[in-house]
Design a protein around this ligand. Structure first.
Ligand code: SF4
Length: 112
């Protein structure tokens, strides 16, 4: 489990390809802005909450810091979007700044 992602904006690029004797173009969609729900925990219980967040999460524990780093590595291998750390309340994760720093070190623009 690596949280829920929402790709809010993406860029469409056209790439020239050569396949044997054929030439052509294909479209490639590159994410420009990703919202990543890094936790379902939240200290509030808003009636309008889309993610049904609460402090005591049973059955859907947060993924580890190392898993978060792997997800960021995967993102960077493909694109360098803005990554917004969301939730729940992302500040309930003790490693939220560690995750943000790791992403920044990989060249991502991290926000929350
Ligand atoms: S995640 Fe947002 S909407 Fe949901 S309970 Fe927390 S503050 Fe409210």
């Amino acid at each position: 489990m690596s949280g829920i992602f929402f790709i809010i904006a993406e860029e469409c690029r056209f790439r020239k390809v050569r396949d044997g004797g054929k030439k052509g173009y294909y479209m490639e969609f590159v994410p420009k802005w990703i919202a990543w729900e890094i936790t379902r925990r939240c200290n509030l219980r808003c009636v309008h909450c889309r993610s049904s967040s609460e402090m005591g999460i049973k059955g859907h524990p947060d993924f580890s810091t190392e898993e978060a780093f792997r997800v960021l590595d995967d993102i960077v291998s493909y694109a360098t979007p803005v990554v917004v750390l969301s939730g729940g309340e992302p500040l309930t994760r003790p490693d939220v700044f560690e995750i943000a720093k790791y992403g920044t070190g990989k060249g991502l623009r991290m926000g929350g």
